[in-house]
Design a protein around this ligand. Structure first.
Ligand SMILES: Cc1cc2nc3c(=O)[nH]c(=O)nc-3n(C[C@H](O)[C@H](O)[C@H](O)COP(=O)(O)OP(=O)(O)OC[C@H]3O[C@@H](n4cnc5c(N)ncnc54)[C@H](O)[C@@H]3O)c2cc1C
Ligand code: SF4
Length: 593
């Protein structure tokens, strides 16, 4: 049966997480008639995140209540193009969200400003180390087409909307004590002071200072005290409840779209939200290089509908955005054999390693923590004085420590060599679990010719569409970085003289879908200045359809050491700005190809 065609609107937004929410608010306030289509349900703190039920690890972690429903749509995965990809039946390594608020409901809140080290990556490394430093398989490594200076006011905007707690390290070019000395200059302080530190972050900070590094509190969208943001959204102070990542916040202290940009959009009579609405295709008019709207299914009735629109904003998270572009035939799919095509290109993830330390007789009160109670060093990332030359890798990593969401069921650290069950395990658990802390590194991953996304030839989703296929593994660049990171982590860990220690592993390892690593997936529709190698221009406008704007970390040409959402949010505000200031007056390509 043909889809029922609805009345045309000015803009349709697909997905209502962080980026969809920002565009929804900004565009409806600017007078556009906006419809948002979200596959998940409506979420409110009162209905969904009340005590005691919100602290339910079985429900939110084991049964993944707020995550993408993998029985309806998932990805297939393999490490290399020679392997057969298999469907990920239960999400593990990453956990995209599914509800109004998206992954922003259950993130931790770590909020960073990515620096020019990332945006100018190719030119900086070529200048310092010569073109041969970048291997031919990493030929997609490129400058992004944006600068830190351009992004500064959008970072600022996101931080003030999201109640970020932190300490500036560089105010208008002047390095500030207590903050990150390697960050780019900011126009003003964070909206809120840093969160309180916990014992593990204090021990780490002492060890890092002694080793000559520069520790500082992780900036986080966990309000350190009650706050009202510039849009009038009110936050409670963080309770250090210990159930942050993967949970909703009962205190409205963790910034989430459902308490910030979404209610702000809903105040506008121009905005309409349709939940349980799964978009299966973006419709296009190739002759005019335009999109014309979307097809979606009402998940409650099964009805298929067409929503015509003058503009489409794609905001469904990294993998879903790439999937919808491929399913809709917008932009040429990437082919690793010829290195032509753009959709699916530059898919990147994140590298991690860590050490666990056990201090006999010492209590860390691990149940007290927030998403951002960690302290961090940036000496091997934004610090351009760190010479990567002898170590042979591009990019960097941060090192951090401090408890962040210690799940009573899922996170029970015991020293290496402890039996996995039985009396000895129980005794070790009682003895060590609250006496332990970890030190972890998080590193970037760079584009590689054979890391990419495309449509799976075999497996289909609930709408009879090919699943997205992920071909990904850590490559030589990541292995080298990880080896260096493990060394730094282990040196810091040893200096703390713990009773027992499980060292960080710096040996090359393959990526697997379990265990959880991070939901910091990037690339797939990369931005750039050349339509031959990028899917969107630096304003996140599709090269193939000028009225399609593509949000999210999928536009990153590579992945960095920092978590993504500070930049994802800032880019969304920048796109909203350009749509309002230029595109609405004169629709068409914002950058000539
Ligand atoms: C456990 C966890 C911890 C994290 N911690 C951090 C952190 O500390 N710091 C950080 O920077 N980042 C963190 N992240 C990542 C962060 O949540 C994301 O970067 C951010 O939410 C991305 O915003 P988005 O708008 O691109 O996508 P999302 O916020 O995920 O929103 C996408 C929305 O699109 C909807 N959707 C998808 N497909 C369709 C479709 N076909 N039709 C209609 N709707 C659709 C989804 O249901 C969802 O609501 C974390 C993520 C997770 C899961
Ligand atoms: S740790 Fe703080 S911000 Fe996180 S869920 Fe608990 S109260 Fe909210």
């Amino acid at each position: 049966m043909a889809a029922r065609k609805l009345k045309e609107v000015d803009a349709v937004i697909i997905g209502l997480g962080w980026t969809g929410g920002i565009l929804a608010k900004e565009l409806s306030e600017a007078g556009l008639k906006v419809v948002a289509l979200e596959r998940g349900k409506m979420t409110t703190t009162d209905a969904d995140f009340q005590l005691q039920q919100v602290r339910d690890e079985l429900r939110y972690v084991q049964r993944q209540e707020m995550m993408q429903d993998a029985s309806r749509d998932t990805v297939t995965m393999r490490n290399t193009p020679k392997q057969d990809a298999l469907p990920v039946r239960r999400l593990g390594s990453f956990l995209p969200g599914e509800a109004v608020g998206g992954s922003g409901l259950h993130w931790s809140g770590g909020t960073w400003r990515w620096s020019d080290n990332e945006f100018k990556v190719r030119s900086l490394y070529e200048q310092r180390y010569g073109a041969k430093f970048i291997s031919s398989e990493m030929s997609d490594l490129r400058d992004w087409g944006i600068t830190y200076a351009e992004m500064e006011r959008y970072y600022d905007k996101f931080e003030y909307v999201a109640a970020v707690s932190g300490k500036a390290g560089n105010l208008k070019g002047k390095v500030q004590p207590g903050g990150n000395p390697f960050e780019g200059p900011r126009a003003r302080e964070y909206p809120l002071p840093p969160l309180k530190s916990v014992l593990s972050s204090q021990l780490f900070a002492e060890a890092a200072t002694k080793a000559g590094y520069h520790p500082f509190p992780r900036p986080a969208a966990n309000a350190s005290r009650a706050y009202t943001n510039p849009d009038g959204a009110t936050f409670g102070g963080c309770q250090y409840c210990g159930f942050c990542q993967r949970f909703g916040c009962e205190a409205n202290a963790k910034a989430s779209p459902h308490i910030t940009v979404v209610p702000a959009a809903m105040k506008s009579p121009n905005f309409e939200l349709r939940t349980h609405s799964w978009v299966t295709q973006i419709l296009k008019d190739p002759s005019a290089k335009r999109v014309t709207g979307v097809l979606y299914t009402n998940l409650l009735t099964g009805e298929e509908l067409e929503q015509p629109a003058s503009m489409v904003v794609l905001a469904t998270f990294t993998m879903n955005n790439t999937h919808l572009m491929l399913l809709s035939g917008i932009g040429q799919p990437y082919d690793p054999a010829t290195q032509t095509g753009v959709i699916g290109r530059n898919y990147c993830y994140e590298t991690r390693t860590g050490a666990n330390l056990f201090f006999e007789g010492r209590s860390f009160n691990r149940f007290i923590s927030a998403g951002g109670t960690n302290w961090v060093i940036d000496d091997f990332n934004a610090n351009w004085n760190f010479d990567r030359g002898p170590h042979g890798f591009v990019g960097g990593y941060i090192v951090s420590a401090g408890h962040n969401t210690n799940l009573p069921i899922g996170n029970r650290p015991v020293p290496g060599g402890t039996p996995a069950w039985g009396t000895a395990w129980k005794e070790a658990l009682a003895k060590w679990s609250d006496s332990s802390m970890g030190i972890t590194s998080s590193g970037g991953s760079m584009p590689h010719r054979y890391n990419y996304l495309d449509l799976d030839p075999t497996y289909k989703n609930a709408f009879n569409q090919p699943l997205l296929r992920m071909t990904f593994d850590f490559k030589e660049n990541e292995h080298r970085m990880n080896a260096h990171a493990a060394q730094v982590v282990n040196e810091l860990a040893k200096s703390l003289n713990a009773t027992r220690m499980s060292s960080a592993n710096g040996k090359p390892q393959s990526w697997t879908v379990v265990p959880y690593l991070s939901t910091h997936n990037g690339g797939g529709t990369p931005m750039g200045t050349d339509p031959k190698t990028s899917a969107v221009n630096p304003f996140l406008q599709s090269w193939d359809a000028h009225n399609l704007f593509v949000m999210g970390a999928n536009v990153f040409p590579h992945n960095g050491a920092y978590q993504p959402t500070g930049l994802v949010g800032a880019l969304a505000y920048r796109t909203a700005d350009i749509i309002k200031s230029r595109y609405m007056k004169n629709p068409g390509p914002l950058v000539s190809a």
